[in-house]
Design a protein around this ligand. Sequence first.
Ligand SMILES: O=C(O)c1cc(=O)[nH]c(=O)n1[C@@H]1O[C@H](COP(=O)(O)O)[C@@H](O)[C@H]1O
Length: 272
Amino acid sequence: MTFTDRLRALQRRKQTVLCVGLDPDPARLPRPLRRESNLITAVRKFLQHIIDATSHVACAYKFNLAFFEALGRDGWSVLEATLQYMPDGVMTIADGKRGDIGSSARFYARAVFELLPFDACTVSPYMGRDAVAPFLAYENRAVFVLTRTSNPGARDFQERRCDNEPLYLTVARAVARWDQELPGTAGLVVGATDPYALAAVHLACPGLPLLIPGVGAQGGAIPPILQVARRNPVLVNSSRQILYASDQDDFMEAAARAAETLRAQLTAACPI
Ligand SMILES: O=C(O)c1cc(=O)[nH]c(=O)n1[C@@H]1O[C@H](COP(=O)(O)O)[C@@H](O)[C@H]1O
């Protein structure tokens, strides 16, 4: 079963398109965990509590690898422990935004798909097809390629005209072609902060899964996402709005409430 088939089945069963982003910032740990003498233990417990509080409404968790790498050599053990802690019925995404020559990309792919059991990962398309190909070779995993990102700098290159369309659309069409070689292995990252780009990508690439970050802390709106969800499987990521919904003793309840609210907004009109 391909990643895309598994994602669709899981989303239908759980009636959710919510992806909770795991971006653990040691400086923002809630009060009960700040009492832990060991920071690594505190981060590991924090993530486990967040998973306990949200897995009933999440279909995926996206690990932003930067936050784990920045924990130093123990970051890898927190990553592995958190992956092992995942309950049944959720998928995992390694968000490292990789992108390198093919011979190096093979090792990035091996790290996330063989050494670690991630279901999907994120990559940058800047170096072209051979930099993405090693990730596309895993038939039951998926690679989400950055297309129109959610940050202000997305305008610097991604919106430049290329063959009479914005560069991000050229990228999206190329990824759709790559996906045809081993269907179900590719998806696109499109930020929620640009409704026009979301609509354009959805029209150009019907059926490709879209990983959509940028709701919550970055201000992306929900209604444009509901439109694209008619033709594309979507995974809507929210990190800080859920992780740091409260920094007090009630942080688990607050995270659960934030996740449930977003899930309800997303499923109200999403035909999953
Ligand atoms: O690939 C990503 O996940 C990503 C792409 C993008 O265009 N914008 C974006 O914010 N992200 C990631 O999505 C998460 C967004 O976090 P919040 O803004 O806290 O919800 C972070 O882990 C970002 O690194």
